[in-house]
Design a binder for this molecule. Structure first.
Ligand SMILES: [Zn+2]
Length: 419
């Protein structure tokens, strides 16, 4: 638990410490209790709570009578005292969410990424700004209560400069001043995070009922990647780019990957590759275009449907992927000693039923895996908005966690408290 400091220079720090304590107490908390919980002086608590009340972030919800001294006023988080926006830029769909201060989803929107938004970052920023504006207007949320915006993007990210660097499916965005442009267009403090890491943030933040301190989020999208929560901290890596699972080498041969090597994990599991294989096998219309990602999505749905109906070659094709994912899970669990693998991402809901059943059947830990606990393989509790929600949670985390403000955008591990 973070302890506060009584120095006036860190008033902002103390506010987050106190706000976090108030948020963690379901039934509210009195000023006297806050003194004990934070180690701050009664005078500091009085000043800080006054500021939080003025800003509308907390409210007084009654008095506790009994015990020694005067009745104590109870302070609670005011869920509508602040809001956060999350944006997930994906080559197929742009998702925007609005969360309240408690992390409840107030509204969301999905913008089928028009090719112009992907080809022209300026147009993309304008489309996102319009979508965010619509979200705020449609919910009648007072604009001055929106604390900030989190944007999640495919890697590689240059977290320090708020840019992406040669993202394979969004090349025109490479080196475009993404964070800065969004900040200017929307007028909100903006932070940036890699998509797979945002997914892990959302899962950690939203799954308070059933938290795991050590888990991996397996992101199944146009590509694959993992977000990691280790010892209750979201792992960002040295440059904000951890989780590049797609280029794990799982075989000596196989098709050449865009990274120039053969045998990459993503070649065995990514939807576009499976669609191509299915076309070659005559399982899907060989003439159907796969140049744009929307068509790939549709064809992939067809392939999964046919496997579910029992078409043997479609099943075999998908089971090959399941086996590769199963082996990957075993490796990751051995490496990191996690107790949960969470699946999600834009393509996951399409394969969820099929993959989940087959994974349960085919993923076996052996004696040499030396695990003293079970490993739960589950689907994300957050659903398809998971990455955008994670980006918004990051904004909330900055409001609550005195340690996260500089860690949100800097390449460092970040602590995201449980709700
Ligand atoms: Zn590769």
């Amino acid at each position: 638990m973070p302890r506060g400091s009584n120095l006036p220079a860190v008033a902002g720090f103390n506010e987050t410490v106190v706000l976090d304590q108030i948020r963690r107490s379901d039934d509210g908390v009195s000023r006297v209790e806050l003194v004990a919980l934070t180690g701050l002086s009664p005078q500091t608590i009085s000043n800080v709570t006054r500021k939080l009340l003025q800003r509308g972030l907390v409210h007084e919800t009654g008095k506790l009578v009994g015990g020694p001294g005067a009745p104590r006023t109870i302070l609670q988080l005011n869920p509508v005292g602040g809001f956060a926006i999350g944006v997930h830029i994906d080559p197929v769909v742009i998702t925007c969410v609005l969360l309240d201060l408690e992390g409840n989803l107030v509204a969301h929107s999905h913008l089928r990424a028009p090719s112009v938004a992907i080809e022209d970052p300026e147009e993309g920023i304008a489309a996102i700004a319009a979508a965010v504006d619509k979200l705020i207007v449609s919910t009648a949320v007072p604009r001055d209560r929106v604390i900030g915006l989190g944007v999640a993007v495919p890697g590689p990210v240059d977290a320090e400069r708020g840019r992406v660097v040669k993202p394979p499916l969004m090349l025109p965005w490479s080196e475009f001043p993404l964070r800065e442009s969004l900040e200017t267009a929307i007028g909100l403090p903006t932070l940036m995070i890699k998509d797979v890491t945002a997914a892990a943030v959302a899962e950690r933040w939203m799954n308070a009922e059933n938290p795991s301190r050590n888990f991996v989020f397996f992101y199944y999208g146009t590509g694959v990647g993992v977000g990691m929560v280790l010892n209750d901290e979201v792992h960002n890596g040295a440059s904000g780019n951890s989780g590049n699972a797609g280029h794990f080498r799982i075989a000596q041969d196989g098709p050449i990957c865009r990274c120039g090597r053969r045998g990459c994990f993503s070649q065995a599991v990514r939807p576009a590759r499976l669609v191509n294989q299915a076309q070659q096998l005559g399982l899907l219309d060989a003439a159907a275009a796969t140049t744009d990602l929307h068509s790939v999505f549709g064809l992939f749905e067809q392939l999964v449907a046919s496997a579910e109906e029992g078409e043997p070659r479609a099943r075999q094709l998908l089971i090959g992927s399941v086996e590769a994912i199963g082996a990957f899970i075993v490796n990751v669990t051995n490496l990191l000693d996690v107790d949960r693998i969470v699946f999600g991402g834009p393509y996951w809901s399409t394969v969820e039923k099929f993959f989940h059943r087959e994974l349960q059947e085919r993923t076996r830990f052996s004696e040499i895996d030396n695990l003293s606990h079970s490993v739960n393989v589950v689907s994300s509790v957050v659903g398809k908005d998971v990455v955008a929600v994670g980006a918004a949670c990051l904004v909330l985390a900055g409001t609550f966690s005195p340690h996260s403000s500089k860690l949100q955008i800097a390449p460092a591990a970040m602590k995201v408290g449980a709700r």
